[in-house]
Design a protein around this ligand. Structure first.
Ligand SMILES: Nc1ncnc2c1ncn2[C@@H]1O[C@H](COP(=O)(O)OP(=O)(O)OP(=O)(O)O)[C@@H](O)[C@H]1O
Ligand SMILES: [Mg+2]
Length: 364
């Protein structure tokens, strides 16, 4: 998959223009505050995802304008297609091949990309939510029905939590709790089963990428961490059984608290570098290399499931990496269309674009 042409109108500070990138590595360079991240962000929006900077829709529209538009023609499944996002009235409207869609979820999976930005270092640094979201969003791009499993789980969880609170006031309601234990364990086991299957391949690939980036001098290990059992190679029915048991065991405590403490909504991923917890011990460069390896593994798995490589968007990835790690990145990704932003001009690549004050100039 690759972008043949990208055009944007009233998008943040970018001057209305279009860009025809190369099918492999594209370097976007320029001084601070010129529009490099804005360019990466507008490409990412075409996947149907939210701004990775957590921006509100109206913040994406250039100051003093009413709307913004981003459109790309891209090559996928052996044909040229178009995807467009119109941002207006504080919402984003998607169009696929010229046809307006009601929901952004309807275009997820059409134009596929993997994004790395310095914000993603929170994957290592922050709590479990971000790591769970990472696996869940990766799975949603591969298997759109996974989003439905998540939303069903969330509804059951809310209902069970409401019941736990109700039991505090009306203890006889405890008779109905086991129905919700069953439902939560059933839907949860479906999610856990897909997460385990994904993590199995993901762990192998991210550790291979990490070895490459560190020139075989360091190792990366990632694994699922759950509160209901310890082995991951289990059929779905057995996972359900484990979740159900742990729900029943904790039920008294959960009634006192009024919410559910066991289940897939509390899953986490461990990330270790050289067998040590990355959050507590890894250096900045190591954490960056780990997140990058995880993103590349995500891209490789997306490629495997779609039968074609996603576009890779790397915002400000090169800073904090030594020249050998930078070199590995630039050369290892030659079979993907890649956009890499950076401030310096001394990176040797065939396709370079300079951004100055929102204006993009092809320089090589
Ligand atoms: N809605 C908007 N309208 C106009 N300009 C905006 C809007 N939102 C952000 N900007 C401006 O866009 C400029 C470029 O931002 P961007 O984050 O793309 O810079 P950058 O080139 O990535 O810089 P750095 O190297 O520091 O990361 C900023 O100066 C910002 O003020
Ligand atoms: Mg930037």
């Amino acid at each position: 998959m690759f972008i043949k042409n990208l055009c944007f109108e009233n998008y943040r500070n970018l001057k209305n223009s279009s860009l025809s990138p190369a099918e492999n590595i594209n370097i976007i360079y320029g001084n601070n505050a010129q529009g490099k991240t804005n360019l990466i962000e507008c490409m990412w929006l075409l996947t149907g995802g939210r701004s990775f900077r957590g921006a509100k829709d109206r913040e994406l529209i250039a100051f003093d304008q009413e709307f913004a538009r981003v459109k790309a023609s891209f090559f996928s499944t052996s044909r040229e297609q178009t995807v467009e996002i119109l941002i207006q009235h504080n919402k984003r409207t998607p169009f696929l091949n010229g046809v307006q869609k009601n929901y952004l979820s309807e275009i997820i999976g059409s134009f596929c990309a993997v994004i790395f930005s310095p914000n993603h270092l929170t994957l290592v640094k922050n709590g479990p939510d971000e790591r769970r979201n990472f696996i869940d969003s990766a799975l949603c791009q591969i298997k759109p029905s996974y989003a439905m499993f998540l939303s069903r789980y969330r509804k059951i969880l809310n209902q069970r939590n409401a019941l736990l609170k109700a039991i505090q006031k009306t203890p006889s309601l405890i008779d109905t709790l086991d129905i919700w234990n069953e439902r939560l364990a059933g839907e949860g086991s479906l999610i856990a089963f897909h997460r385990y299957a994904y993590m199995k391949e993901f762990s192998k690939l991210s550790s291979q990428f990490y070895q490459g980036i560190s020139n075989n001098t360091e190792s990366l290990e990632t694994a699922c961490r759950t509160g209901y059992h310890s082995t991951s190679d289990m059929p779905r029915e057995e996972i359900k059984h484990c979740i159900l048991n742990s729900l029943r065991r904790k039920q008294e405590e959960e009634i006192c608290l009024g919410y559910t403490i066991k289940g897939v909504h509390r899953d986490d991923m461990t990330i270790k570098i050289n067998s040590k917890d990355a959050k507590s011990y890894a250096s900045q460069g190591q954490q960056r290399s780990a997140v990058l390896s995880m993103k590349l593994a995500e891209a490789a798995l997306l490629q495997k499931s779609k039968g074609e490589p996603p576009v890779i968007l790397l915002d400000d990835v090169l800073s904090e990496l030594d020249s050998q790690r930078q070199d590995y990145l630039i050369h290892r990704l030659d079979n993907f269309q890649v956009f890499i932003t950076c401030c310096n001009t001394n990176i040797s690549a065939q396709n370079k674009f300079l951004i100055q004050n929102g204006e993009i100039l092809r320089t090589e």
